[in-house]
Design a protein around this ligand. Sequence first.
Ligand code: C5P
Length: 397
Amino acid sequence: MDQAHTKHIVLGITGGIAAYKAAELARLLIKQGFTVQVAMTEAATHFITPATMQALTGHPVLTNQWQDDKGMAHIQSSRVANAIVIAPATADFIAKLANGLADDLLSTLCLARNCPLLVAPAMNQQMWANAATQRNVQQLIADGVTLLGPVSGVQACGEEGMGRMLEAGQLAQDIAAAFQPKILTGRKVLITAGPTYEAIDAVRGITNRSSGKMGYAIAQAARELGAKVTLVSGPTALAHPHGAQVVDVTSAAEMFEAVKQRVSDADIFIAVAAVADYRVAQASEQKIKKCDAKLTLELIPNPDILAYVAALPDAPFCVGFAAESENLREYAEQKRRTKKLPLLAANLAQHAIGADDNELILFDDTGEHRLPRTDKLTLARALLLHAAMLYRKGKSK
Ligand code: C5P
């Protein structure tokens, strides 16, 4: 992730059983390009050893405010941090933060910071529900601290309820999201995603292997940049992206209608859907019965949604996708010219469809830009930053 490459996070671990998740969190943050300095409370060292965290991060772990010769570890470490993340944050540590207490290295570091503070609470459901904890949490929010979770679920003590720490994967995503510049605030982004399903009869149809993952990742990345997102989605197995308005459709015709109804409001249109090129001319309402004779289906072309939008007199900034199985560059450039798109993202279908990772080549008026192989959300963030930059440039002309 370009944005994160030079970003430095102080990961504060306090004494709760969820401390074991901090090891995976550190690993995922480093994988995303962050550098991580761990600081642990004394209680946390009873749950996970500093040696584990040191081995994962490559940096000695800060545990004791007196270990540094000059006694200034809290100032130095907080000055180089781009953010401090407390995961897990116990009820006790949240109470300290809410009251500005500084009686150990980690709480001192938080008080001395001049960077954002993100806190992932983890505690028993009764402790979370306690009026004192709720008061402290409200105080943190009022102080501008970002709360990550908690969520409801089974707890280490065997009880069930609110207070479970978010899983490491979700925390890593939320932390990276907090670093995204809010450059699309106030902008409306319309996205198509997933496959379409063209009915043959009551039970059969023509579709493709698109999972919708890339389009959904783009919806999330656009939200992170501050945009208002509408996602027109063909049938997928994915959970709706948080904060986006989702319009579920089945066929290309339905997708076209949904886009036509909403496009006049959009500043940016990103066509990620793998729209079926053809539909059955006359879909049968009943299931077609098997017989010995040949069955011929007549297929007629579907409307090209992206080409329609790009040709509108007051078209939004349009981004297209091209999934090819060969001659990627040639076909992609040709597609960009024919559909008159300022930006097109091309990938090899055999690398992209259904996979969690992908690589893209972006084509625009200045040439091509490679986005190397990584997970689809990281790619989506890089693509969106590029698109937002071109969009803003176009607006300022
Ligand atoms: O021409 P081709 O189908 O390869 O173009 C792919 C791009 O066009 C993608 O951005 C896709 O979402 C969009 N498209 C569309 N409507 C279609 C076919 C493709 O919006 N009927």
